[in-house]
Design a protein around this ligand. Structure first.
Ligand code: PEP
Ligand code: MN
Length: 360
C-alpha cells in the first residue's frame, strides 16, 4: 500500500489527556436501556457512546438489532448527556440513516471489512464526510484486506480515519474469543503511525474478566484508545452478554489502567522501551504457545512409535531437520551455533516426552 496517506489529526484535535474511550452496549435494546447506560457514563472519560443498531450475527436467529429506531435513541443520548455517538454501518442505507441522525463516529464491522464490495459501497455513501470513520480488522488475519478498507475510504475523500483492532478468528480454540495476533496491529501501526489505532478488548477476549489485561497490553503497545462494551445489566444483555462490563467497572478500569504520558525526553525513551518490551513479551508468549503445540505433535508421534515398537531416536530425520533449520536461520540472521543450541534443546525435550510415552 502506498505510504502517502495524509491524515487529519482528528484525535489530536480532541485534545484528550487520556486514550480515546468509546463505550456503550453491544446492542441498543430499548430506549430506557440506552439512556440508562449513557447517563451512567456521562461524567466519565468516555468520549463516544457506542451502540449497535444493526447487528451482524454469525448465525441467524439471534437478536439482529432494533434498526433505524435506535438512531433516535442515540440522538437523545447526545441531547441529554452531551456525549458524541457511534454505531456500526454495513451498507449504503445504514450510512444514509446514520448521517441523517447525525451520528458522529461510524465504524465498519469485522464481517464487512472482509468484503471489498461492501467497503466500497460504504465508502461511496460516505464520500467527503467529515464524520470519523473507523475500520475494524477483518475477521481473518489479513493485513492487506484491512489496509484495503482504509484505502477505499481514503480514496473517497474521507480523512477522519482510524482503525479498530478486535482480534481474528481461529479454527483452533484459544483463550480469546478472537485471537489478538498483536503483530498484525503493530505492523499496521509501523506503516501508518498517524492512523489512530483503537483496541476493542471486548471482542478480543469475549470475557469480561480478561478485558483489563488486554486493555493494558494495548496501551503498552501505544494504542490510541479503547472501545469497550458496557451495559448496566451485562448478564441479561441481548447480545455478547459474557463480555460486557458495567459502567462502574469501566470507570474503575479507566482509573486503574496505566496510561503513559509523553512529557519529556526521558519519558519518550521509557515509552519507546516499554513499547518494544511489550512487543517482545507478545512474541515470547507466542514462542511458548508454539513450542507447546510442537511438543503435542511429538507426543502423537511417540504414541505411533510405541504402537509399532520403533526407536525414539531417528537420526537421519533429525539431521535433515537440523540442516534445513540452519539454512533458514541464516536467512533470518541467526547464527548456526544458536540454531544448533535451540533445536538440540527442543529435540531433547521431544525425546524426553516420547520416552515417557514409550515407557508409560
Ligand atoms: C460490535 O462492535 O458489536 C461488533 C459486532 O463487532 P465486530 O465487528 O468486531 O464483531
Ligand atoms: Mn458485540
Amino acid at each position: 500500500m502506498k505510504n502517502t496517506i495524509e491524515l487529519k489529526t482528528w484525535l489530536d484535535d480532541l485534545n484528550l489527556n487520556h486514550p480515546l474511550v468509546v463505550a456503550g452496549p453491544c446492542s441498543a435494546e430499548t430506549e430506557d436501556q440506552v439512556l440508562k447506560i449513557a447517563h451512567e457514563l456521562k461524567d466519565s472519560d468516555v468520549n463516544y457512546f457506542r451502540a449497535g443498531i444493526w447487528k451482524p450475527r454469525t448465525r441467524p436467529g439471534n437478536f439482529e438489532g432494533v434498526g433505524a429506531l435506535g438512531l433516535k435513541w442515540l440522538q437523545k443520548v447526545k441531547a441529554e448527556t452531551g456525549m458524541k455517538t457511534a454505531t456500526e454501518v454495513a451498507n449504503a442505507a445504514h450510512v444514509k440513516l446514520a448521517l441523517e441522525h447525525d451520528i458522529d463516529l461510524l465504524w465498519i464491522g469485522a464481517r464487512s471489512t472482509v468484503s471489498p464490495f461492501i467497503v466500497q459501497e460504504i465508502a461511496e455513501a460516505l464520500e467527503g464526510t467529515d464524520k470519523i470513520v473507523l475500520v475494524k480488522n477483518p475477521v481473518n488475519p489479513d493485513l492487506a484486506l484491512w489496509l484495503g478498507g482504509i484505502e477505499r475510504l481514503y480514496s473517497a475523500d474521507i480523512k477522519n480515519l482510524g482503525v479498530i483492532h478486535r482480534g481474528f478468528s481461529t479454527y483452533e480454540k484459544t483463550r480469546y474469543r478472537n485471537n489478538p495476533e498483536w503483530q498484525i496491529a503493530i505492523e499496521l501501526q509501523n506503516r501508518f503511525p498517524d492512523l489512530p489505532l483503537i483496541c476493542d478488548p471486548s471482542h478480543i477476549t469475549g470475557k469480561r474478566d480478561m478485558i483489563f489485561e488486554v486493555s493494558q497490553t494495548a496501551l503498552d503497545l501505544n494504542f490510541n484508545g479503547l472501545m469497550i462494551e458496557t451495559h448496566t445489566d451485562p448478564d441479561n444483555a441481548w447480545s455478547d452478554a459474557a463480555q460486557q462490563v458495567t459502567p462502574e467497572t469501566l470507570i474503575q478500569m479507566m482509573e486503574d489502567l496505566k496510561i503513559r504520558k509523553e512529557t519529556d525526553t526521558e519519558a519518550d525513551y521509557r515509552n519507546a522501551l516499554n513499547t518494544l518490551r511489550t512487543q517482545i513479551d507478545v512474541i515470547d508468549h507466542q514462542l511458548i504457545d508454539i513450542l507447546g503445540k510442537r511438543m503435542k505433535i511429538a507426543d502423537a508421534i511417540g504414541e505411533l512409535k510405541k504402537d509399532k515398537n520403533v526407536a525414539v531416536l531417528q537420526s537421519k530425520r533429525w539431521n535433515e531437520i537440523l540442516g534445513k533449520m540452519i539454512l533458514e536461520g541464516e536467512q533470518n540472521k541467526l547464527s548456526e551455533e544458536f540454531i544448533l543450541r535451540v533445536f538440540k534443546a527442543i529435540h531433547q525435550e521431544s525425546i524426553n516426552h516420547q520416552e515417557k510415552i514409550m515407557n508409560g
